[in-house]
Design a protein around this ligand. Structure first.
Ligand code: 13P
Ligand code: SF4
Length: 305
């Protein structure tokens, strides 16, 4: 299957991109692996004819909005995102209309329709930098992740109005389970994604996007880390830091030792092969929506250079 994927990829001038939360076998065949910000940047600059986005639906949409002339494929159209789903475009429109003097900042984990209602898109990798670049007295709506929004409000001394959305993976980590792990591994540092709840952010040695957590582990001198994000990131951490120990963090109510995103894990090697072969399923975005969603994504890319 891997050699067939390689053959089809060459024949069709396709680029396979994968998020760090993808299954190991997909990360192994990807041309490019990254966090949400890196995937958007790479999509904006590629000269491939076809992009295969191994991640979730909004990542495919973002690539399509940035490259309307390219064919953007996803291995499984049902690979959605609970965070993006927690923000209905009609309700979000009413929320923004109720606060017309506010700048609307949306996390990239949103539908194209929500991005079209947005002034600036952000990812977890650039949200703090972008918000801090806005004047201190600017009134801001931040959606849809209440945990990431709360984190920025705290560290950047802002008072953004938060949409009450959350990711079903990151919102399920609990401080009790992490403190239990800390007892077992007293020397371990705690790496926390900002989509996790505030108490976890407060006990973290590092809060950051998947790429920021990776960079931190690479430069830091500890030997052990408790990783409080989706466990797919452990593959890259172990590859980049072969001498170190990375311990996945469990969800609060789970028997399992790690916490996986079932949407991300819908993609399989076989589905990647089928989508390259059939050139389907293909992401389509209504051109009028795409036109309005492009500007806030471009502003993000400009502001996070
Ligand atoms: P980042 O890729 O920005 O770290 O976000 C994590 C995530 O949940 C992606 O869906
Ligand atoms: Fe969405 Fe959470 Fe899965 Fe990321 S981990 S794709 S935010 S549901």
């Amino acid at each position: 299957m891997k050699s067939e994927i390689a053959r089809l990829k060459k024949e069709k001038n396709a680029l396979i991109m994968a998020h760090y939360y993808q299954r190991d076998e997909i990360q192994e065949i990807a041309d490019f692996i990254g966090d949400s910000l890196a995937l958007a940047r790479k999509a904006a600059e590629t000269d491939a004819d076809i992009i295969v986005m191994c991640g979730v639906h909004f990542m495919g949409e973002t690539a399509k909005i940035l490259c309307p002339g390219k064919k953007v494929l996803v291995p499984d159209m049902e690979a959605g995102c609970s965070l993006a789903d927690s923000c209905d475009p009609e309700e979000f429109r009413r929320f923004t209309e109720a606060h017309p003097d506010h700048t609307v900042v949306s996390y990239v984990n949103t539908s194209a329709a929500v991005k079209a209602l947005t002034d600036i898109v952000v990812t977890s990798g650039n949200a703090r930098k972008i918000i801090e670049a806005l004047p201190k007295d600017e009134k801001i709506i931040f959606g849809p992740d209440r945990n990431l929004g709360g984190y920025i409000n705290a560290v950047s001394d802002r008072d953004m109005l938060l949409w009450p959305g959350a990711c079903h993976v990151h919102d399920r980590f609990s401080i009790e389970r992490i403190l239990e792990l800390k007892k077992e591994h007293p020397g371990a540092k705690v790496l926390v994604h900002p989509e996790c709840r505030r108490p976890l952010q407060l006990i973290a040695d590092k809060v950051g996007s998947t790429a920021a957590l990776l960079d931190f582990a690479g430069m830091d001198d500890a030997k052990e880390y408790i990783v409080v994000t989706e466990s797919g990131i452990l593959r890259e951490m172990r590859l980049k830091c072969p001498g170190k120990v990375f311990i996945p963090a469990p969800a609060e109510d789970s028997e399992c030792q790690c916490n996986e995103c079932d949407y991300m894990k819908r993609n399989t090697l076989e589905k990647v092969y089928r989508c390259l072969l059939d050139e389907a399923p293909e992401i389509e975005v209504d051109p009028a929506v795409a036109e309005r969603a492009l500007r806030p994504i471009e502003r993000m890319l400009e502001m996070s250079r």
